[in-house]
Design a protein around this ligand. Structure first.
Ligand SMILES: Nc1ncnc2c1ncn2[C@@H]1O[C@H](COP(=O)(O)OP(=O)(O)OP(=O)(O)O)[C@@H](O)[C@H]1O
Length: 587
């Protein structure tokens, strides 16, 4: 019933997480034999009560047997509860660990993964898929294991007591099994569709909610509603089909149970009248039938739950096997590179070419330049010319470049991210601010950055003044993504953040968004300060900022078309000079 490459593989993965909690798992499993013994004792005691005591009119020990029956029943309940409690507990702990491991993995996935996958899909892996496993899988598997063992044990016992009556039960087993396997496969397919349409629906919702202002502004509500309705309809259709299979199976098995009980009463009564069967055995059989058929009926819903979980496992596994950026790469060890990478000396691009994926065109072609300690390089060029891509390669966001990038003489692709990030501070265009204090947003929770250093960074980038004027100063709490700050203030915080992180090389991707003239002035001053005393590689959209940088690289469609300082490039009267005269802010 389980397929080796899929289901068993997923189970193995799950047990990897459950291993840590084997004490409670073992306690739960230890209850199984007791549960089986008590459920076998019950029909045996019924036979004793009816055949040995009631029918023969021996009332002496009858009360004892009634007491034994009640005791067996009570023990059976306690044992079953202990079994279920401990195994569910194990499962819940394992799933909590799995959730954390998955989240940690997602955080380390390469940027290319996020480029290609809508965020909503990843979100639904981390939420609804894990929930499907947490809520249903453990519960269903715990029930399924106990019920299966119990049913087999009861059937064996029934065979020993009366094989003819047991045969009545066994005859109906094959069609039940066949139907269960058939429906199992149908349900699996339906559940995959429901989960994937749910994931896409969540992805779409997330996109729309992020851009809700645009939707409202352009009155695009109807189109968006229609698109969401399509996801919803697809989800509903798959769910309806899954429900239909579930219901048909449930009804079929309930019917089979009733028919078998009727058959047994008819056939058994004949045997009792012919005196080849005792009344006690017939009653014990009818009583036990429920215990065999109720689990068989429940198997179907347990199997449906397990199907849902396996579909969710399959999705989650996709994340677990998603290759990490550094998987399969030959990296130098920290011991080998640490002495050479303690202090930044030199970064060299030697004929570097790069494309985002093998099927896309090159966005960097044969790029060469050198950044020495204490110098500044500015990258300019039209939109899409490859400036940010250069920064991304240095930050190791992407790694499959051609040519050579040497950091202090070591090939960058052979150095792990952890071994080189301390050298760089990055200020990106798309600033992300957390719903936390300004202090947190500057230090990013890094305990090595003291309160004094945070404030020093604030002063360094001229952000201190406006921060001090906010209620609570550095403890002022930002709204989600800094919506209670102005655009320019957001940029200044991001500036302070990159200074506080203390990298020896500042990589700046200057924001293009316009800000008020006072803040603009502060940003300019902060940039000039950085340019005058740090090693900088900057993408500058305001050409006035970079006129004092040592080298200006002009990029056009991924190629360096001009290289030199401001004076040299102005004298050349080429592209840079053209850009300069276009720029209203350049003088
Ligand atoms: N993740 C990506 N996947 C595929 N192509 C990409 C990706 N990011 C950027 N590109 C492409 O690479 C080229 C260079 O982009 P890049 O962001 O480096 O340009 P840029 O010069 O920084 O532009 P801008 O000034 O607008 O920020 C563009 O053609 C862009 O479409």
């Amino acid at each position: 019933m389980l397929n080796y490459n899929g289901d068993i593989y997923y189970l193995k993965n799950f047990f990897r997480f459950a291993k840590k909690y084997k004490a409670s798992a073992l306690l739960g499993i230890a209850m199984l034999p007791l549960s089986i013994i008590t459920s076998l004792l019950f029909p045996w005691l019924i036979i004793q009560v009816i055949d040995v005591h009631l029918v023969q009119g021996d009332m002496d020990d009858l009360w004892w047997y009634i007491f034994y029956l009640l005791a067996v029943l009570a023990i059976n309940y306690v044992v079953d509860a202990t079994y279920a409690y401990n195994l569910r507990k194990t499962g819940q702990y394992a799933i909590t660990d799995m959730r954390s491991a998955l989240f940690a993995r997602v955080l380390k996935l390469p940027r290319s993964y996020f480029d290609n996958k809508p965020t909503g899909v990843t979100l639904s892996r981390l939420t609804s898929d894990l929930e499907a496993i947490g809520e249903t899988f453990v519960q269903a598997i715990v029930g399924l294991v106990k019920d299966s063992i119990n049913t087999i044990a009861l059937l064996i016992m029934m065979l020993f007591i009366n094989w003819q009556l047991t045969l009545v039960v066994l005859i109906v087993m094959p069609p039940v099994m066949y139907l269960t396997v058939y429906v199992r496969n149908r349900l699996r397919a339906m559940n995959l569709i429901t989960r994937s349409s749910l994931a896409r629906g969540i992805g779409f919702l997330q996109e729309v909610l992020l851009g809700v202002k645009t939707v409202q502004f352009y009155r695009a509500e109807e189109q968006v509603e229609q698109k969401y309705k399509n996801f919803n309809d697809e989800f509903l259709t798959a769910q309806k089909k899954a429900n239909k299979y579930d219901a048909v199976l449930f009804a079929f098995i309930s019917g089979i149970t009733s028919i078998t009980i009727a058959l047994m009463i008819w056939y058994g009564s004949g045997l009792v009248l012919a005196q080849t069967l005792t009344l006690g055995v017939l009653i014990a059989f009818i009583n036990t039938l429920e215990k065999v058929f109720v689990p068989i009926r429940d198997f179907t819903s347990q199997i449906a739950a397990i199907q849902r979980s396996f579909a969710a496992f399959e999705h989650i596994e996709e994340l677990f096997v998603e290759p990490m950026e550094e998987d399969g790469r030959k990296l130098l060890s920290t011991e080998q590179v640490a002495p050479q990478l303690a202090v930044f000396h030199r970064l060299e691009f030697k004929n570097v070419s790069f494309r985002y994926t093998p099927d896309l065109p090159y966005v960097l072609k044969d790029v060469s330049f050198v950044l020495e300690k204490g110098k500044q390089i500015a990258l300019v060029g039209s939109t899409g010319s490859g400036k940010s891509t250069i920064i991304r390669l240095i930050a190791k966001t992407y790694q499959d470049y051609e040519g050579s990038i040497l950091l202090n003489g070591i090939e960058l692709s052979e150095v792990s991210v952890d071994d080189c990030t301390h050298l760089f501070s990055l200020m990106m265009q798309d600033v992300y601010l957390f719903e936390e204090s300004i202090r947190f947003n500057i230090a990013l929770g890094n305990a090595d950055i003291s309160a004094a250093q945070v404030e020093q960074a604030g002063r360094y980038v001229y952000a201190d003044n406006f921060i001090q004027n906010l209620p609570g100063g550095y403890d002022f709490c930002l709204d989600k993504n800094g919506t209670n700050l102005s655009n320019g203030q957001t940029q200044l915080i991001s500036f302070a953040r990159s200074v506080a992180q203390g990298g020896q090389v500042m990589m700046l991707d200057e924001a293009t968004s316009s800000v008020d003239s006072i803040t603009e002035n502060l940003i300019q001053k902060a940039m000039q300060r950085l340019f005058s005393d740090k090693t900088v590689i900057a993408i500058a959209h305001r050409l006035s900022t970079i006129r004092h940088s040592d080298t200006i690289l002009v990029l056009e469609q991924g190629e360096v078309v001009e290289k030199g300082n401001h004076q040299q490039l102005v004298a050349k009267q080429g592209i840079y000079a053209g850009l300069l005269s276009e720029s209203t802010l350049s003088l």
